[in-house]
Design a protein around this ligand. Sequence first.
Ligand code: COI
Length: 357
Amino acid sequence: MYEIPVTLTSNPKKKPEDESKLGFGKIFTDHMFIMDYELGRGWYDARVVPYAPFVMDPACTVFHYAQEIFEGMKCYRRKDGGLQLFRPRDNFARMNRSAERMGMPAIDVEQALAGLLALIKADADWVPSAPGTSLYIRPTMISTDVMLGVHASHTYRFFIICSPSGAYYPKGLAPVGIYVEPELVRAVKGGVGFTKTGGNYAASILAGDIAEKKGYEQVLWLDGKENKYIEEVGSMNMFFKFKDALVTPPLLGSILGGITRDSIIKLARHMGVPVDERRITVEDVFEAAEKGELEEAFGSGTAAVVSPVGRLAWKEREITISGGQIGSLTQKFYDTLTGIQFGELEDPFGWVLRVDD
Ligand code: COI
């Protein structure tokens, strides 16, 4: 197995006093995991070191051409004080799919996991225990060649940082308002929409700003070709509960294959709820809502967990879903998923990895 050298900080930071006010991704722990890559040599020097800024040349390719990918995962504190991760190998495997598309080197999933476990052990006291909180984990890979030619870099850095966090949306588990972007597009088939690369998120910032100014929390993207099929909300995959089935857009290359999305599909099938992965137009959703056939809508993601959607706006139209309340199936998915993640419910899927085992 992988031995990861650990250098502990001699200057630990003060931990947050009030865990109910953590917010999302604002505070960082005492340590980070790093390993470096060079073409011909592979990944080397895997280590846990004190959290600190990087010193980087301004000509580094990542600053110019954004050859960058990341992941989002969480470490949960159980009631007995122990810690556990949720499907971590699936996140690292997805990172390798992003890496391939972005011309970046693959990581060894077991080495990355060994690094993460060493980091979590060094920062174990940072994993919060207040209800709804967890340690958000951000594995990231950046290109580090110093040059301005548009080519794959020959050197990379992979690092993992951690942030004790509360709910992604400031209101916690409460219905959010979503604005269907009528014009701008996020991704097209053949592009990088299925990867977790920073550029996908950068491209969403303007639309997010417009949506916020109109009073909505997030943007729902439509397909980049016909501008009518539901794709995703940058930070979450979407689910719609119609009378006969739970429907979510299929993975056709332009949306992220969410680990939480996959977990919800498996949970739904386990509960006997029919799931249909199919293309669905925004017009279908609005029509169903107007006919009383749309029962619930929610988003899924590591950060967002399961987030009920209470309002959906598209052009001049707006619908209210589940009377603006949390739908019963949405609540059930939230309770079951978080129950498994926090070790309060049995995990029949083998998703949980206990850090202390
Ligand atoms: C996650 O859910 O972990 C994500 O990466 C979404 C993020 C942009 C907050």
